[in-house]
Design a protein around this ligand. Structure first.
Ligand code: OAD
Length: 248
């Protein structure tokens, strides 16, 4: 692994614009389960049912009870881990411009990353299905579900359900970053969900080096990524930051 850490450090030092694309895997060490794989959310909950906007529109109380409430409680307790902190440290060292994340937990911002694009929205805000008004999730009364707005409309998380569009501004900026960057670090994503998983493909096609960090292979491995550093995000980011610091 150390050879690849050294290679990643050299690639970052040589780059003019590096960005990261992150997924649920980077928050696993913060106690937030991933979606796919062992212990994943989609193992106990059918994504095409409970992750889909059509189900939410039909029965928001059910989706709140089965999916959103639990996830909100786990996210409320979570703190950034060494993976998030490592990316924030790379930004502080001037070696990482932006983080594009599929996560809705806000942990990158909490760790200190300042340019975070939330590709799938976030869990910090709720939006009224009727008036469109937004309320901080922590101020929402969830003693009866679904929670409602002062206008009586149902509140929904300000995240992207299956069947919904990616927020246009996040999509546009992510595409621009993917085209402009010369290094993309792809951390903790199964690369199964598009268009997020298309960003490394765009980056690769426009000449960027793609560094994957993941304990497992993904559909990008060996095709789109130049190399895979196999391991948990926390350990790998710690090793990478130490290597960069030792290189001065
Ligand atoms: P997934 O749950 O699909 O994939 C998690 C990835 O993290 C897998 O490739 C794991 O091998 C890897 N992983 C596990 N532990 C890790 C660790 N400690 N360090 C690093 N990597 C680790 O999550 P995403 O790819 O983010 O969308 O999923 C993409 C989208 O699918 C989500 O944003 C969500 C979901 O349905 C929506 O809700 C719209």
């Amino acid at each position: 692994m150390m050879d690849l850490i050294r290679r990643a450090a050299e690639d970052l030092l040589a780059s003019k614009c590096a960005v990261a694309l992150t997924g649920a895997g980077i928050s696993v060490e913060s106690g937030i389960p991933p979606f796919r794989g062992k212990g994943g959310i989609w193992e106990r909950v059918d994504p095409m049912e409970f992750g889909h906007i059509d189900t939410f529109e039909k029965d928001p109380g059910k989706v709140w009870r089965v999916l959103i409430r639990d996830l909100k409680e786990i996210i409320d307790r979570a703190a950034p881990n060494d993976g998030h902190k490592g990316l924030a440290r790379l930004e502080a060292m001037g070696l990482l411009a932006s983080v594009i994340t599929q996560n809705v937990d806000g942990l990158h911002q909490m760790a200190g990353s300042t340019d975070v694009l939330e590709f799938h929205g976030n869990c910090a805000w709720q939006r009224c299905m009727d008036c469109g008004g937004k309320k901080r999730t922590r101020d929402v009364d969830i003693s009866s579900l679904p929670p409602v707005c002062a206008c009586g409309g149902v509140l929904r998380p300000d995240w992207v359900f299956f069947g919904e569009e990616i927020p246009p501004a996040a999509l546009q900026r992510s595409r621009q970053l993917a085209m402009r960057c010369d290094v993309m670090m792809v951390v903790g994503t199964s690369a199964m969900v598009h268009p997020a998983a298309t960003m490394p493909v765009i980056a690769r096609e426009t000449g960027a080096r793609i560094i994957e960090i993941n304990p497992e292979r993904t559909p990008l491995t060996g095709y789109v990524s130049d190399y895979l550093i196999r391991g948990g995000a926390g350990d790998v980011m710690n090793a990478l930051v130490s290597e960069l610091e030792s290189m001065g």
